[in-house]
Write a protein that binds this ligand. Structure first.
Ligand SMILES: *[C@@H]1O[C@H](CO)[C@@H](O)[C@H](O)[C@H]1NC(C)=O
Ligand SMILES: *[C@@H]1O[C@H](CO)[C@@H](O)[C@H](O)[C@H]1NC(C)=O
Ligand SMILES: [Zn+2]
Length: 440
């Protein structure tokens, strides 16, 4: 190929790059059925029109948020009207929210990010891209090398379908002592941008020794994996804001597996998942069919010995949920899990009054098998395992405005800290010198 041919090809590629999908007049409806029978019928309409349920009904409050494309709107509204359900147009024009998000992200680059190890100049109150997040983790690692009280190291747990790194940052006191550990992740679901932002903020608070940090680092070793599904996350930034799954190509014009249906404890697509590759909750061809869930499995299994808690951050709905998700039965130690969660949510509420619901996944929400929290407890034996649904309660849903990142992060940090400090760590303590054996 000649040089000029190459430049023509490059030019074409540039033009072929697709514009992000638009959501003009796409709506989110808040539906409030009057009874559980009526709820069943609403769910049947949801299935019939293949709608995307943004917020699921709970026990004791049957209201739900459902996203509807303009082509389906008229028939869906008619069906709901015939049923007599109470329907509110909750989000009238999704594109408007997305546009606002975009312009406020541009504005919030007030503190430009530099890679000169100036991690303190990192702006935590905007949504960052994959490469910036990874650079941040590496910068933190570098910065802590000269800190006397904290040690942070990046480990690559594995690689995604499209070849991106799935990274975790281990943060410790760096005094050679091994403590019980807490594993925290975010971003299993691509569109829930507030989750990675929250985990990054936790890292900052911990490393820069903010308020609770000394206590937390004296009591625990910490793992932070801010972005478990970077392929989906990048796709939600570049192409389709509402993408949920990873980006595995199922080669029938359908992409993506719902990673939070793919974990191998009581994996079962017929419980809250799907065997349809095109579905938003496709469970995968089998448990752990996906590279991203495999990465997490391998890492946790190699480090589970002293692991006391696993927290996976999602949005939205403001809930602190413990297993099980696959069944309505409770784990035998549920009272301890509930008490620890409540220590978190009541501390969290003190800051801005945000109300979080605590309970088991199935009993608060709906049953869904294959979640990472069920697996962490059921298979890896991590006692305190939770799914945390961050802000908000539906006003903006997944498109949480940039100016809510800061209060969300502050209250979540307080919740995490009080949760962790409430835990009883009478586990067998490991001796100095028992450190990482393998870099994965
Ligand atoms: C049910 O939940 C919705 C959404 O969170 C809320 O707006 C509504 O007030 C709740 N209704 C009751 C009766 O609690
Ligand atoms: C920091 O942590 C890494 C990984 O756990 C370890 O290899 C290294 O020795 C630690 N450094 C210090 C100074 O403790
Ligand atoms: Zn989620």
């Amino acid at each position: 190929m000649t040089n000029s041919m190459i430049s023509v090809v490059l030019l074409l590629c540039g033009y072929v790059r697709t514009e992000p999908a638009r959501f003009d007049n796409h709506k989110v409806l808040q539906i409030t059925p009057h009874s559980s029978e009526e709820l069943e019928q609403v769910l049947a309409i949801h299935d019939l029109y293949d709608l995307d349920m943004w917020r699921h009904p709970r026990m004791g409050n049957h209201s739900l948020d459902v996203y509807v494309e303009p082509e389906k709107l008229k028939s869906v509204l008619t069906a709901l009207k015939n049923l007599g359900s109470h329907v509110k147009i909750w989000i009238d024009d999704l594109q408007k929210l997305i546009d606002q998000e975009k312009s406020s992200m541009k504005r919030s680059i007030r503190f430009p990010y530099t890679s000169q190890g100036r991690s303190q100049g990192f702006n935590h109150f905007t949504y960052h891209r994959y490469s910036t997040i990874n650079q941040y983790l590496r910068d933190i690692e570098t910065a802590t090398a000269s800190m006397p009280s904290v040690n942070a190291s990046v480990f690559t747990m594995g690689y995604t379908y499209e070849g991106r790194e799935v990274n975790v940052l281990k943060v410790t006191r760096g005094d050679g002592e091994s403590r019980p550990s807490i594993f925290i992740d975010g971003g299993i679901h691509a569109r829930e941008w507030i989750a990675p932002a929250t985990v990054l903020y936790f890292i900052n608070q911990m490393v820069y020794w903010d308020d609770y940090a000394p206590q937390l680092l004296n009591k625990f070793d910490w793992y932070f994996a801010p972005l478990l599904n970077p392929d989906g996350y990048e796709y939600s930034h570049t192409t389709y804001r509402l993408w949920r799954k990873n980006r595995a190509d199922h080669s029938r014009n359908c992409y993506g597996t719902d990673l939070n249906r793919n974990f191998g404890f009581r994996w079962n697509p017929s419980v809250g998942g799907s065997t349809n590759e095109c579905s938003d909750v496709y469970s995968g061809s089998q448990a752990f069919s996906e590279k991203e869930s495999q990465s997490l499995r391998t890492f946790i299994l190699s480090n589970k010995q002293n692991m006391i808690a696993y927290l996976t951050y999602h949005s939205y709905g403001q809930m602190w949920l413990y297993p099980w998700g696959y069944t309505s039965a409770f784990p035998q130690d549920w009272r301890e899990l509930e008490a620890a969660a409540k220590a978190g949510t009541s501390a969290l509420a003190q800051l801005y009054g945000s109300n979080y619901i605590v309970g088991s996944s199935t009993n608060v929400l709906y049953s869904a098998a294959g979640g990472s929290d069920d697996w962490a407890k059921g298979s890896a034996g991590v006692k305190y395992s939770y799914t945390i649904e961050l802000r908000d309660t539906g006003k903006h849903g997944f498109v949480l405005p940039v100016d809510e990142i800061e209060p969300n992060c502050r209250e979540s940090w307080r919740g995490l800290a009080e949760f962790a400090l409430s835990l009883n760590t009478n586990m067998r303590r490991k001796k100095i010198g028992d450190r990482y054996k393998s870099r994965l």
